[in-house]
Design a protein around this ligand. Sequence first.
Ligand SMILES: [Zn+2]
Length: 207
Amino acid sequence: MDPIQINLSAPIYGSNGTGVVPNQVGESFEVPDSLLVALTSAFKRMLAQPGPHGATLRAMFGNHRYKFVGEMPVGYTHVRFTRDDGRRDIRVYGHSSGLCYNSAAQFLPHVVAMLVLSDRCYCNLCHEVDTKESYDSVTLSVKQAVNVQNSLHFYTRRLNYHRQRKQMPLNPAHPANNRVGGRVQRDIAMQKLGQSHIQQSERQEEE
Ligand SMILES: [Zn+2]
């Protein structure tokens, strides 16, 4: 049977790619084809793997073969970096952290989260953002805005974390930083907003 063809740029997958490509020295834009071929192979290997993870995936995706065709997920760009020895490393840009994926296999978990329309992603870049609590990830996205309590809770926690570290720059994109008074104003505003929600959010987390 022919493989099921998937075009990751289809709107249904709701890609969260930023479209940002830093365009660094030695990097050149590439057509998506070779990356999609590598992604197809990596997905095949992932579906075939033994153990509970493979079984879960097979339960979700069935006993089909899949082939990624067409374009990259919206906002993600395939770039190659030419090294001194002539080898050309894969770089996939578009993640909110500003970092890139260095292989199709690395990018694949993020793609799978997209395919199953999951809000939770366990790719190494999303994981890094979560564990390091990167300041850049503090964006009041549409999803977070839907759950204002939680977003305020996370924001306040991250704010406190970075306040402790002290050297983190302000996020100029945050509306609170555009007001006169900058940091002070932002801190007071977030404290006021955050405190009333923290207890409630913590209760929710415990459940
Ligand atoms: Zn991810």
